[in-house]
Design a protein around this ligand. Structure first.
Ligand code: AQP
Length: 327
């Protein structure tokens, strides 16, 4: 029997190339060795204000993006987190193994507090505990994620270790699997690409949208005129070249920038063409899939049922170890 692992994306907005390169693209290559569980983690998405009317569409959109990228429902389990109540049940148990001090030191929490106006909700604070439950419920040994999630994986290993030491060995200590594009910077050049910051190239952006967004993105601020030499290492567009372009093009753009041999417009054109090579086929396939939303819904319902069976086995084991066997 193939082993499982869990990875997911929160339906907190339109998916972007960071989500694709950091997570989804890696998933597809692991479907032969494992039976992965790919979640749409809607309970994570409600940790920030959202419109309930939009949530069902966002979930379908995310599922369409997974399928368009090559997630195969015959090899993988596609599920919706809120359909499998064991996720929040295990999160409660992990809450009881977690100190508030440890959670408050997680760098992503500090970052979110900085970005969130007003009061910070308990859900945002507790986010890493729910994520640890998502992962450990399926006894994942690996988790393909972007670099921003590494502190959460570290925390997940700690929880697994603590639970195993207290109640007996159940959980593996999962390792993160990072791919190329583990950290895609946002168009602002200051933050990672992030749905909530709207600094993204989205997976459903048109070729024209991509051209406009890259066209107006900042480059090396010292390069004010075409003839000024620039420094590619401080240019956000160069960070995209390093992900999307060929080694020859990367070298051509770096050299050309330093010597003012090429201008930012030419440099941007190359990157736009490459981003379109990635986004174009995904966009087309996604549109095709979304023409039959019931098929996507059926895949999610069947996947959530299958995930629930696996999750309930883990929960039975956990409760038995903890002496919670009355019910
Ligand atoms: N910029 C990024 N570069 C590489 N990988 C990224 N991921 C997210 N942004 C980048 C990876 O995508 C997966 C799903 O992330 P998520 O949606 O669950 O949470 P997130 O990291 O918080 O994504 P966003 O877009 O920043 O969402 P919001 O703005 O709602 O918080 C993860 O594997 C993540 O590493």
């Amino acid at each position: 029997m193939k082993r499982h692992f869990f990875s997911g994306i929160q339906p907190s907005g339109r998916l972007h190339i960071g989500n694709y390169l950091g997570a989804i693209k890696q998933w597809t290559g692991l479907q032969d060795e494992y039976e992965p569980i790919f979640g749409i983690v809607d309970y994570h998405a409600i940790t920030a204000p959202y419109d309930p009317n939009e949530m069902p569409t966002r979930i379908l959109d995310a599922a369409a993006a997974y399928l368009a990228a090559g997630v195969d429902p015959d090899k993988s389990i596609l599920m919706v987190q809120s359909s499998v109540s064991e996720h929040t049940e295990l999160a409660w148990i992990f809450n009881c193994q977690t100190s508030m001090g440890r959670l408050s030191r997680i760098p992503t929490f500090k970052e979110k507090v900085r970005q969130t106006p007003g009061e910070v909700g308990m859900g945002l604070f507790d986010y890493p505990v729910l994520m640890a439950a998502d992962i450990l419920l399926y006894k994942s040994h690996i988790v393909p994620v972007g670099e921003d999630q590494v502190p959460h994986l570290e925390f997940t290993r700690e929880i697994a270790r603590k639970f195993n030491a207290t109640f007996g060995e159940i959980f593996p200590e999962p390792a993160e699997v990072l791919g190329t594009g583990a950290k895609v910077m946002g168009l602002d050049g200051e933050n990672k690409m992030s749905k909530s910051l709207d600094n993204c190239i989205y997976l459903d952006d048109s070729f024209e949208d991509i051209g406009k967004k890259i066209g107006s993105a900042k480059t090396d601020p010292a390069r004010k005129r075409r003839d000024d030499p620039g420094d590619p290492d401080v240019c956000n567009i160069y960070s995209y070249h390093k992900i999307f372009s060929t080694p020859e093009e990367i070298e051509h753009c770096a050299q050309g920038c330093r010597s003012a041999g090429i201008g930012c417009v030419e440099c941007k054109k190359i990157v736009v063409a490459h981003i379109e090579e990635t986004v174009g086929p995904l966009r087309e396939k996604r549109t095709e899939l979304l023409a039959n939303p019931d098929t996507i819904r059926d895949i999610l319902v069947a996947g959530s049922d299958r995930a629930q069976k696996i999750a309930s086995e883990t929960m039975a084991e956990v409760k038995s170890r903890m002496g919670l066997t009355f019910g």
